[in-house]
Unconditional design. Structure first.
Length: 280
């Protein structure tokens, strides 16, 4: 990826102040309806979650993002340069250790001591080295950090990559003679206009267990130029689309963390650590 330009650095400084992590004008997009299900060669995790990056685009444009349409500044969401993320040591020994701990956590009997504690580097390695190659591919374009109450993600998505992936998904549905979901039609409309550019953003995502399922809620999104969308703005449009996207993110994290393990699930944030528990 290319490095941040001067305007991007200003955005990064604003995001650093606002979020606790380390380092087209005129026309409206199609309605964000329907749901993307697993199809063809891509995994359900890939199309169900489609990464925090594409989720962020849908949330900003489909809900609070109408602000950009009104002021004909939609193109300012996309920039000429992307982020170069700090490298994380992914030695074979470290990857094997994290995978072994995750497997032991999933297979052990539920109990007060059945827990897995992860820091931000370990969480990113878990995604970057995930056995699902599609999920590992998505992880290259984002970095997660952990706060006292949420996950923070920095996202830098090359639109060329997004255009190719969305095209693959649409082709799979068309080959099967199935209707193309509204989400993919919206993404085709959006990303196709910004070939060669990047979507850079930061978001804050809370995770908690409700009714025996992991639930995700996007608390805040900061996009190019430091423009921020808080809970009020994000929920000022099509709430169904946002709820659907958050449901996908929650199910994806539940699958990544817990797999098919039994027992009641707990997700606990403390300092810069994320603790997963399985209790009877």
């Amino acid at each position: 990826m290319r490095r941040w330009g001067a305007r991007n650095r200003e955005m990064q400084e604003k995001m650093t102040d606002q979020l606790p992590f380390n380092e087209g004008q005129g026309s409206e997009p199609p309605a964000l309806e329907g749901s993307v299900k697993g199809s063809g060669g891509r995994s359900c995790l890939f199309w169900g979650c489609i990464g925090l990056a594409l989720v962020t685009i849908l949330v900003v444009v489909g809900t609070g993002g109408c602000i950009y349409m009104v002021y004909q500044q939609f193109e300012n969401l996309f920039e000429d340069e992307g982020t170069v993320f700090e490298e994380i040591s992914e030695s074979a020994e470290r990857v094997d250790d994290i995978r072994a701990r995750l497997e032991n956590f999933r297979q052990g009997p539920p109990g007060k001591d059945t827990e897995l504690v992860l820091d931000a580097d370990e969480l990113n390695i878990l995604l970057l080295a995930h056995p699902d190659p599609d999920l590992a591919e998505l992880a290259k374009f984002q970095r997660l950090s952990i706060t006292d109450s949420s996950l923070a993600a920095e996202v830098s998505l090359p639109m060329d990559w997004g255009i190719a992936r969305v095209g693959e998904a649409i082709k799979e549905f068309e080959t099967k003679g199935e209707p193309v979901p509204g989400e993919l039609e919206a993404l085709r409309f959006l990303v196709g206009r910004f070939e060669g550019r990047y979507f850079n953003a930061a978001l804050e995502l809370s995770l908690e267990v409700r009714k025996e399922a992991v639930r995700a809620e996007i608390q805040r999104v900061v996009v190019a130029g430091g423009v921020e969308f808080g809970p009020k703005e994000l929920r000022n449009g099509d709430r169904r689309s946002l709820d659907d996207l958050e449901d996908k993110a929650g199910r994806a994290f539940e699958k990544i963390f817990f797999g098919d393990a039994s027992g009641r699930k707990q997700v606990i944030f403390s300092g810069e650590k994320l603790t997963l528990r399985r209790v009877p």
